[in-house]
Design a protein around this ligand. Sequence first.
Ligand code: C5P
Length: 213
Amino acid sequence: MAVVGIVPAAGRGERLGSDGPKAFVACGGRPLVEWSLDVLEEVCDRVVMAVPEGWDTDPDHVAGGAVRSASVRAALAAAPEAEIAVVHDAARPLITRELAERCVDAVRSGWQGAIAAGPMTDTVKEADASGRVLRTLDRSVLWRIQTPQAFDAETLRRALDVPDEVLAAATDDASLVEAVGGSVCIVEAPPDNIKVTTPLDLEFAEALLRARS
Ligand code: C5P
């Protein structure tokens, strides 16, 4: 089955406070996204990246959309051969080959989506706008959802074929697949599969990458 990596890398990275797009900020001596590309290129037949307007200089770079899932849709549209799509954020440089392969294997075994996630270690409460606590949730059934997220590509195409405002409200692609009735399973990720959002995350990621090598 043709496995294609889809990397949304078109975010501006405002919370990181970087000059340019977050995916290309230096992390451990190279652009952040390259750590992810190394792994995806081992697992996938091809990798397509959604990049900011003006950065689409490579045949496998496409211009991203206004929101994350629109960038995923644009990249997937450039890979009509994909039978399994492995969506992975440029902002998670600690992805491992083993984690990506476990997601792909779950899709091969019949799931329409298989998504990396970490168990919830904090207590989680729901509160109203004033800060008043309404209730405490059962954390034993809650997961912090990450990427990679592998999908049956046909199901993902169908899930992404929705109006832009629906894409804008989606915080991950699996939620769109769930909305069209797709079956999605959790794949437990190593605890260091962090997302780089703030300057502190970037320092943490660099330390973890250094420790790995
Ligand atoms: O902003 P956030 O960290 O949630 O973005 C997750 C990933 O989605 C990043 O890799 C970012 O580059 C990408 N993204 C994108 N297109 C957008 C917004 C974010 O490809 N319009």
